[in-house]
Design a binder for this molecule. Sequence first.
Ligand code: ACO
Length: 335
Amino acid sequence: MEGINFNQYGVTFKGSGSYVPGQILTNQKISQKVDTSNEWIQSRTGISERRISSVEDNVTEMGYKAALTAIEMTNWDIKTIDLIVLATSTPHDLFGSAPSIQAKLGATNAVAFDLTAACSGFLFALITASQFLKGGSFKRAIVIGADQLSSFVDWNDRRSCILFGDGAGALAIEATNEFDNFIGFDMRTDGGRGSFLNLPSKKNKGSIVDEIDFLNGGFSPIQMNGQEVYKFAVKEVPLILEKLLKKMKYNSDQVDWLLLHQANQRILDSVGERLKIPREKILSNLEKYGNTSAATIPLMMDEAVRDCRIKQNDIIATSGFGAGLSWGAALIKWG
Ligand code: ACO
């Protein structure tokens, strides 16, 4: 599915926010738990530490705090927010966490719902919300990416537990009929390769009465084929970004920032090299937070907006990718 061009309404970016839990799990501390080392993790991934939610923190709390800081950057009355989309694979409530965030914010006139697409979730949610704005249905939206993968990591599996952390990020976007800063997008899934990365339900059979059985709720820890996910990312992400740039008639040297899902520094470097985007234009904070799934893109964006690296009218090429398999790209202009 590909994006349509600006016709009646466009999207403008009004605010960003983020939140990370206080507990810091360093590589040194992980090596007390599994057979690994700071050197191995840093050289293979670029990660030094990650944040871990305590039992008081959850996706609703983190998403609420990120959304609130994004709203504070705008001059909005909270009652004027029409839409809240929460991208998460680890909701506090499987029936949906977005309405709880709506209630905590006091955004009583908004409709709020969850969207699940793993590490592509934030991008898919941003595209979804932007379509409501471009279509004229809603004026103001909050898009949140929040995940708490620490609850689903196998902390005895050194091949995956080193990668993940918890956090949340959010963007405040608004419809305008003057211009469109959501330049274009593309999104893809391939369920045929879905077995490379899963957080599957447990096959835990229960019985209601003698002849009627059922599947007990609950999930097995994350299962990942790291090498296959790596190969998928370094192949598909440059392709989708190249195609999008070409379609929107942009050259890679017009891109001010490459903002990829923060999975592995080697993936970021490889995509940058392929697109001929120099290292200083590749945004990266995975050293501090690891892979926070749906949160990585808005978490990174908020950091770069607040420290004034991202400036008004900067062009950002962004891509999310991960389980599903799913991947997507968007070309946006900040502001
Ligand atoms: N510490 C020390 N040694 C390790 C560790 C570790 N933490 N993990 C694996 N090893 C060992 C392996 O056992 C293997 O040893 P062997 O050769 O004796 O068998 C060796 O290191 C090499 O293992 P590889 O799996 O080939 O290591 P690789 O260089 O591929 O790095 C990694 C592994 C970091 C997981 C990489 O493949 C990767 O980043 N893949 C992408 C994963 C990803 O991004 N997943 C999230 C996607 S987003 C989402 O939707 C949630």
